[in-house]
Design a protein around this ligand. Structure first.
Ligand code: IMP
Ligand code: MG
Length: 174
């Protein structure tokens, strides 16, 4: 396996700061925003994003798993950990690591949208548009990347590499 750096730590930090400012600007000062992070991949993005946001912000966590191997996403998404608190009447921002086929995000937008939130928006650190299978709305995107398997900054391969402070392309070498 070989790791090739793709997005440097400083570039991640700068982009996350500007996303936080953009989200706050869109909702307006003093408006409570509820960040719902998708475990586990989004935990590092969430922790930087929430620290960069001014005003009233809360967070909660949700976890999903998709059946089948990741490379051939079957489209079956299952909730493995639900939120701790109700989102009724709240401005929700789903915080996700990466949108690939879009199936996970579409599922989350549907189930959370059905719980009477005031609004549901989505922030994704990474976007791989070439692999999209469903048309899904993403309001805030950190970086759009090519169809490569990436790890680091929360993203894993078989639970490894989440600790890297940068994003890297993982490739098999022989
Ligand atoms: P989707 O349902 O195909 O959009 O899949 C999204 C999920 O697949 C993400 O939340 C990640 O957990 C995982 N994923 C997709 N691409 C990658 C990648 O390049 N590296 C690590 N995980 C990925
Ligand atoms: Mg994920």
């Amino acid at each position: 396996m070989s790791l090739t750096p793709l997005i440097a730590r400083e570039d991640l930090q700068a982009r996350v700061q500007s996303l936080a400012a953009e989200i706050r600007r869109d909702f307006g000062p003093g408006v409570p925003v509820h960040l719902v992070a998708v475990l586990k991949g989004a935990f590092m993005f969430l922790s930087d994003l929430i620290r960069a946001m001014d005003g009233p912000v809360s967070c909660d966590f949700i976890a999903v798993s998709s059946y089948g191997s990741k490379s051939t996403s079957s489209g079956e998404v299952r909730l493995t950990k639900d939120l701790d608190r109700s989102i009724e009447g709240r401005h929700v921002v789903i915080v996700e690591d990466i949108v690939d086929t879009g199936l996970t995000l579409l599922y989350l937008q549907e189930i959370l949208g059905a719980r009477d939130p005031k609004s549901v928006k989505t922030a994704c650190l990474l976007n791989k548009p070439s692999r999209r299978k469903v048309d899904v709305r993403v309001d805030y995107i950190g970086f759009t990347i090519e169809d490569r398997f990436v790890v680091g900054y929360g993203l894993d391969y078989d639970e490894r590499y989440r600790n890297l402070p940068f994003v890297a392309v993982l490739e098999e070498v022989d």
